[in-house]
Write a protein that binds this ligand. Structure first.
Ligand code: GLU
Length: 433
């Protein structure tokens, strides 16, 4: 039997990474099994499911290269099928009409008089007592089908064999299993994935940091890195691999290695992983992406290729996310923009001015290359009685304006002697404490 799974999002205008991880697990499951990955747009809420919201969703899927195998189903096209199913349930006595309070009659599904039970591929048998399950509305008084009915009728139409979704749907599944049976269909198999949570164990949201696929795309994360990170957030290949190609993930994926406990979002880990992907990019591709970021900065638009290339060569292995590129300004401007906090921390201490002044003189005595620069700094430290290595930070802040960057000696060699000396001088005259 060919396994058929689906991603069935309700478009809202932004795509949460938790939802995207559900899509990724479905996709990996289908690709691993040689099955079909289908897309159903649950767009019955016409107010939220605008054409733009649907486009945002499709764009997120395409960006992550989650390709689907058949024409997407749009739930809003299926009104007749939903109404017809409700009629059948009414005719069979599995549903009845009721006026829930003067608003007109709705259609209510009659929950069978027995415990609701289903097998979850991750959690085992899940059961709910009959007395805890109430009948529920499947068609509103205005004729609109309720989520439960539309979801099940469409899963039947799409011949879905496995419903893999978030565990916020477990309560729904008790009802859905009964609906499948009442409609004469065998329920699919189910797996409910635990949520993505924050450090406090609460559902991870926008308040905890970037939470939507679009945020990561804008910040310059790579889709392959985000895919890799989300796939391994709550699933493990059974060994300690953390960076995996798509082919490796497809090969290794299985539901029994999806963890049955909430997965904690770790932005730092994602950023680190992204850096590994960035480091591997072909140099031209890296440069083109860096250019795209620079094109959005007034100061970065007209940087000649000859100036950009060596900076890219130096910075690629240190670039974690493409938004880091906006920090490269100090390579190109005459003077850096000084970060106040870095200045206070790096240049505020006693003795720094004297040491930097001495360094300017020492730089004249050695070749201006990495080794020569290092020698000059070590000598300036010794003469000023500063512990070895401690002057580097002051030099970095004086010459780049910020606290982080690539290796200091390489950075200065690339900046060139004129810029380096002019900035050190500026620091001794205006910035040292
Ligand atoms: N549209 C629902 C959601 O996004 C359906 C989920 C499902 O059945 O997979 O939560």
């Amino acid at each position: 039997m060919i396994q058929r799974v689906r991603f069935a999002p309700s478009p809202t205008g932004s795509v949460h990474i938790g939802n995207m991880r559900v899509a990724i697990f479905n996709w990996l499951f289908a690709r691993h099994a040689g099955g079909r990955f289908l897309l159903r747009i649950e767009d019955t809420d016409r107010e939220r499911s605008t054409p733009e919201a649907i486009e945002t969703l499709l764009a997120a899927l395409r960006w992550l290269e989650l390709d689907w195998d058949e024409e997407p189903m749009y739930q809003s096209d299926r009104a007749n099928a939903h109404a017809e199913a409700a009629e059948r349930l009414l005719a069979a006595g599995a549903a009845y009409r009721e006026d829930k309070g003067g608003k007109g009659e709705c259609v209510v599904f009659r929950m069978p008089d027995e415990d609701a039970v289903f097998h979850d591929e991750l959690k085992g048998e899940l059961r709910k007592k009959s007395e805890d399950m109430a009948d529920f509305v499947i068609v509103r008084s205005n004729g609109a089908p309720v989520f439960h009915l539309a979801n099940v009728v469409d899963d039947i139409a799409m011949k879905i064999t496995h419903v893999l979704r978030g565990d916020d749907h477990i309560e729904n599944t008790y009802r859905h299993v009964a609906l499948f049976r009442a409609l004469g269909a065998e329920p699919p198999r189910y797996a409910h994935f635990p949520m993505i949570v924050n450090r406090q164990g609460k559902p991870y949201s926008k308040r905890d940091g970037d939470a939507f696929v679009g945020d990561f795309r804008e910040k310059g994360f790579r889709p392959d890195a985000l895919f890799n990170y989300l796939a391994l957030l709550g699933w493990s290949p059974g060994d300690d691999r953390e960076k995996m190609t798509r082919a490796e993930m497809v090969e290794a994926f299985s539901l029994d290695r999806v963890k049955n406990s909430p997965a904690q979002m770790d932005l730092q880990k994602l950023t680190h992983l992204n850096g590994l992907y960035v480091a591997e990019m072909p140099a031209e591709e890296f440069r083109a992406q860096a250019r795209a970021v620079l094109a959005d900065c007034a100061w970065g638009r007209d940087i000649p290729e000859a100036a950009l290339t060596p900076v890219c060569e130096l910075m690629q292995s240190r670039t974690k996310v493409f938004s880091d590129v906006v920090d490269w300004r100090y390579f190109f401007d005459a003077m850096p923009t000084y970060d106040e906090k870095a200045v206070r921390k790096g240049l505020g201490k006693d003795g720094v001015r004297a040491a930097l002044t001495r360094l300017i003189a020492l730089l004249e005595q050695y070749p201006f290359d990495e080794a020569g620069i290092e020698k000059a700094i070590r000598e300036a430290e010794r003469e000023a009685g500063i512990r070895e290595g401690k002057l580097n930070f002051a030099v970095r802040v004086a010459t780049t304006g910020i606290a982080t960057g690539a290796g200091l000696y390489e950075t200065l060699a690339l900046l060139g002697k004129d810029k380096t000396v002019a900035r050190l001088r500026h620091a001794t005259e205006h910035l040292c404490g």
